[in-house]
Design a binder for this molecule. Structure first.
Ligand SMILES: N[C@@H](CCC(=O)N[C@@H](CS)C(=O)NCC(=O)O)C(=O)O
Length: 94
């Protein structure tokens, strides 16, 4: 499974930063991903993200079939660590 991580372009942010939290979880789980950067502000510039995911918040995971997953970053990171990124209610089966 390979995914796209849609995240804000503030790549230097660490610690509690939502996008970083999810990227770190992907790294630790060894899940290959491609980073798609979006402007941090304003949300109104995120038209492409909205077309894909139906909302404008980051981070968002995009699966190989183009479906997307947006949850609170803590929930998303926990899902990744639990090996539940792909599966019921999350995206395409691995
Ligand atoms: N509580 C949310 C916060 C998400 C969040 O604020 N994401 C930032 C990017 S790191 C964002 O989209 N900021 C711009 C905005 O809220 O319009 C989470 O943890 O997922």
């Amino acid at each position: 499974m390979s995914v796209k991580l849609h995240r804000c372009s503030v790549m230097w942010a660490r610690g509690p930063h939502p996008c970083w939290r999810v990227q770190k979880a992907l790294d630790e789980a060894g899940i290959p991903y491609e980073v798609v950067k979006h402007p941090p502000f304003p949300r109104s510039r995120r038209t492409e993200l909205e077309a894909k995911s139906g909302q404008r918040k980051l981070p968002v995971i995009e699966f190989e079939d183009g479906t997307t997953l947006r949850e609170e970053s803590k929930d998303l990171a926990a899902r990744i660590r639990a090996g539940r990124l792909a599966g019921p209610g999350a995206g395409p089966a691995a």
